[in-house]
Design a protein around this ligand. Structure first.
Ligand SMILES: Cc1cc2nc3c(=O)[nH]c(=O)nc-3n(C[C@H](O)[C@H](O)[C@H](O)COP(=O)(O)OP(=O)(O)OC[C@H]3O[C@@H](n4cnc5c(N)ncnc54)[C@H](O)[C@@H]3O)c2cc1C
Length: 365
């Protein structure tokens, strides 16, 4: 979010200073692990669809300006009981915004994607425009464009405080003080630490694992296998990606959500056997090839809000300051439009995008 905001602000001619406590990209926050899913039939809420459509446009612009290929369209398969939450909400969202999709029954799923063994009663929504983003490449591209547009980017420098100063804000970091007209705080899972628990955010530990598909990678290459989300009886979806790096890279799969609360400092970064088994229980029933050994695994952090909608808007207590956090495990695809919105808030104090559901004041005091 910070790299996208820096790019949008700098490209509008603002003087921009980006401050990052580590190098970028890094693997301690929420934006690493190679890939992120992007899809349009937004089961979480149709309110996101205009924003995701804008994100598609902006990702293509970032690709054109940076020369990097970031967004790969593979199609996306949302699988579960026909009347279940995931499938029915995906269909409703697609219908409401005329997002292209196809409905498949279990037999059709197996015919098109022989690597999948649907459960009895399964139906699927196949969304042709879904796919994946190369996460770290997206950050690098935004940073490169931000720097090219004149942004100063400081790495290995930590913001330790800020205060209103005249008509702007004074920011203190581990290396010095800076005066600015506006401060945009995009600190991911560090939001509770930085904002002093201003919002009811819960940081949770997530595990992503890459598996060597049993029987070979061929049926799972991105030319013939989609990104996927699959729901079972407990309502917590499993998800995954085609083998985007070929045989050596394997297929990434994960469970969407956990109750493993932590902070970035306390999170257990070691991945245990029970983490891998949890993922395999979610996805291995329908994709038996994923019951094999993992090639590698990594942890990552979600920053959850109570309603799982983002927090984007003016800081409720500090003038000249905006916040963008609480992306609740589904924010990456929106990074460019979030950057555009942050740039609007910083330069005009308002945005034309419909961001009412992200209102930072909705949690009360
Ligand atoms: C396993 C996993 C899978 C996901 N899958 C998807 C997906 O498929 N599709 C999707 O759209 N989204 C997905 N998400 C969610 C998405 O990745 C996040 O919503 C998004 O990356 C959040 O970005 P961010 O900029 O808010 O946080 P981060 O990327 O963590 O960035 C915050 C940055 O702020 C810096 N920072 C913090 N405090 C300070 C300080 N005091 N001073 C200076 N710098 C500071 C940090 O070092 C960090 O670089 C997934 C997340 C995870 C963990």
């Amino acid at each position: 979010m910070g790299s996208a905001a820096a790019y949008h602000l700098a490209s509008r001619g603002a003087r921009v200073l980006g401050i990052e406590q580590f190098t970028s990209p890094h693997n301690q926050g929420s934006s690493h692990g190679g890939s992120r899913m992007i899809r349009q039939a937004y089961f979480e809420s149709p309110d996101y669809i205009p924003l995701v459509l804008r994100s598609y446009e902006l990702w293509r612009k970032v690709e054109a300006a940076s020369g990097a290929k970031l967004l790969h369209v593979t199609g996306g398969l949302t699988l579960g009981a026909k009347e279940g939450n995931l499938v029915s909400r995906t269909v409703a969202a697609a219908r409401q915004h005329s997002i292209p999709f196809e409905m498949l029954d279990g037999a059709e799923v197996q015919l098109r994607f022989p690597g999948i063994r649907p459960l009895s009663g399964d139906a699927a929504v196949l969304e042709p425009n879904a796919g994946y983003l190369l996460a770290e490449e997206c950050i690098r591209a935004h940073l490169k464009l931000a720097a090219g547009a004149g942004a100063q980017l400081h790495f290995e420098e930590k913001m330790v405080g800020w205060a209103v100063a005249g008509s702007g804000v004074r920011v203190r970091t581990s290396k010095g003080d800076y005066d600015a007209g506006h401060l945009a705080i995009t600190v991911g899972p560090w939001a509770n630490e930085v904002l002093g628990e201003l919002f009811p955010l819960r940081v949770t530990r997530q595990v992503m694992s890459w598996f060597a598909p049993r029987g070979g990678v061929e049926p799972f290459l991105p030319e013939r296998f989609p990104v996927f989300l699959m729901e079972d009886k407990d309502g917590v979806p499993g998800y995954g990606f085609p083998a985007i790096d070929g045989p050596a890279g394997g297929m990434k799969a994960a469970v969407h959500g956990s109750n493993d609360e932590c902070t970035p400092a306390s999170a257990e970064r070691r991945v245990g056997r029970e983490d891998i088994e949890r993922i395999q229980r979610k996805v291995g029933g329908r994709i038996p090839a994923l019951q094999g050994d993992p090639i590698r695994a990594e942890t990552c952090l979600y920053t959850m809000t109570p309603d799982e909608n983002f927090v984007i808007g003016a800081h409720p207590e500090t003038a000249n300051c905006s916040v963008a956090c609480g992306f609740s495990g589904h924010g990456f695809k929106f990074a460019p439009v979030a950057g555009e919105i942050i740039a609007d808030l910083a330069t005009k104090g308002a945005t034309d995008q419909a961001i009412g559901i992200f209102d930072p004041a909705r949690f009360g005091s």
